[in-house]
Design a protein around this ligand. Structure first.
Ligand code: ZN
Length: 507
């Protein structure tokens, strides 16, 4: 019987681990998970108040001040120990409840994207604040789901005397890959036994294997000598020439790179006016590959290209590390445990109105008209995509699983304003509830099953040793806490008028 049907008649049946039940064995509901689910059902409104509030804050990476304050207030009131501002980032958030080992952490983020402002519920382009930032990926939902699941686990720990600690890490500026390497360097995961990486999607799913690409992001600045473009150009050293030559030089290299590589650049400073020989030129590069050693190999060649461009133009150059990310290494043993909880909890029960909205939206967006998913994604390995996520670094220092919950409309791509239509909606809210349940149940499994943790650790020891972790962060590098500040300050006064002013309290 599919769990969705069980759910409507007999809620307790949700707790039966159907997939793992031996023939003839009578499944007993796990009272710890049962308690967690009751806590989540009772606090569904508080959870979605958090997520909806974060949507209207719409804060860009490193500027998540209102978002982390709300999360700090909520989780402090709920009995968590909260640290805000660690690892040199004012919006870096870490919360914990419990004591000692095992320590299980939820890893996620709450940042929005530039230009993503959109009125929820309408798929006509209607920004809340013209040109303003907004949640066109739905990271706002991460705040609610992670806090809710952690609180539900806290209640189970307290009631059932479960040893161990549950933690949440909201890392700043995921959209610019800007914080996790600093968190790893800061030792945040040293005493963590396992992490679950949480993300919104149109599907209830986990999976295993390598996810995403390695990425290195750096800004190259050339320094020359200014001169009059007509009167004495021979006295000048053109830094923008160096930028152009670096771009052309790398294009010559492309033929000789691994077929898996990706590289893209944008010119961030290209001079002032034609008759002034520019003494400054700047170009920002992303280099990616399926593994970090491969990306690093290409990156080292890029440094040589910069050197060559400087040599040809008589300029000097420097390079500033901007960001980096390892591919995510998703643990199979943990994914199997999560999948059992996915199968037990099942997808939300969508109303016909929600399905109709999704179909109309898909039609308007010229996507396949398939409505919302009615079943979880079947278990299996996941294909590695060429995008990147800086939580990848975490997955090479501690066993890590990935988990996505169904709060988006299939076919609506992230990083477009259309993806900001549904993060505040009943579709999103229902997805958040099942997301929090699966997440809480999986953390309870990790806290209470030493065998599971051992299996996850043994697999991690083998898989992570295939590519020993090294940090891309230069020893003297500091996180870019000024990132997005000017952009955010420009729009915040208008956005502030739309804040929901909620103070959710879990009970
Ligand atoms: Zn994301």
């Amino acid at each position: 019987m599919p769990p969705k049907i069980i759910k409507t008649v007999l809620p307790l049946a949700l707790l039966f681990p159907l997939a793992s039940m031996a023939a003839g064995e009578e499944a007993k509901p796990d009272p710890r998970k049962q308690l967690a689910f009751e806590v989540i059902d009772r606090n569904a409104q508080q959870m979605t108040d958090i997520s909806d509030s974060l949507f209207y804050f719409g804060e860009l990476g490193m500027q998540e001040f209102e978002s982390t304050k709300l999360l700090q207030d909520t989780l402090t009131a709920a009995g968590f120990k909260v640290e805000l501002g660690g690892a040199g980032m004012p919006t870096n958030f870490w919360a914990e409840y419990g004591s000692g080992q095992p320590k299980i952490a939820i890893v996620t983020e709450v940042d929005a994207l530039p230009g993503g402002s959109q009125t929820p519920g309408t798929y006509e382009r209607r920004p809340l604040v013209k040109d303003g930032p907004g949640h066109m990926e739905g990271h706002n939902t991460h705040g609610g789901v992670a806090s809710m699941a952690a609180f539900a686990v806290k209640e189970a720990i307290a009631r059932h005397n479960i040893p161990g600690t549950v933690a949440i890490s909201f890392g700043p500026a995921e959209e610019q890959l800007a914080s996790r390497p600093f968190l790893v360097r800061g030792g945040y995961f040293k005493d963590v036994d396992a992490v679950i990486y949480l993300h919104i999607r149109d599907a209830l799913a986990t999976g295993f294997g390598l996810q995403n690409y390695a990425a290195i992001s750096s800004v190259f600045t050339f320094h020359g000598k200014t001169a009059h473009g007509a009167n004495n150009p021979w006295d000048g050293k053109d830094a923008v020439d160096a930028v152009e030559l670096m771009s052309i030089g790398f294009d010559k290299l492309r033929e000789h790179l691994r077929p898996t590589y990706r590289a893209h650049r944008t010119i961030t400073f290209g001079g002032i006016q034609p008759n002034i020989i520019p003494d400054k030129g700047q170009i920002w590069w992303f280099v990616r590959d399926a593994s970090m050693p491969a990306a690093k190999e290409t990156y080292d060649k890029l440094l040589k290209v910069a050197e060559g461009a400087a040599l040809m133009t008589g300029t000097t150059w420097d390079v500033k590390y901007a960001a980096s990310a390892w591919p995510q290494l998703a643990n199979k043993a943990m994914a199997e445990a999560i999948q059992k909880n996915i199968d037990a909890v099942g997808m939300p029960k969508w109303t016909e109105a929600e399905q109709q909205f999704a179909r109309d939206f898909q039609k308007a967006a010229e996507k396949p008209v398939v409505g919302l998913r009615s079943a979880p994604i079947p278990f299996g390995g996941r294909t590695q995509t060429a995008a990147s996520n800086d939580n990848g670094d975490v997955s090479w220092v501690v066993p890590a699983a990935i988990f996505t919950f169904p709060s988006s409309v299939p076919g609506i791509e992230y990083h477009e304003w259309k993806a900001a239509v549904t993060p505040v909606s009943s579709i999103s809210h229902k997805g958040q509830i099942v997301g929090a349940k699966v997440l809480a149940a999986s953390i309870i499994d990790l806290l209470t099953s030493p065998e599971l943790l051992q299996k996850a650790r043994a697999e991690f020891e083998v898989e992570s040793k295939k590519t020993p972790y090294f940090s891309l962060v230069p020893p003297d590098a500091k996180p870019d806490v000024e990132l997005n500040r000017a952009e955010m300050e420009k729009y915040r006064p208008e956005m502030r008028k739309l804040y929901l002013s909620k103070a959710p309290r879990f009970n």
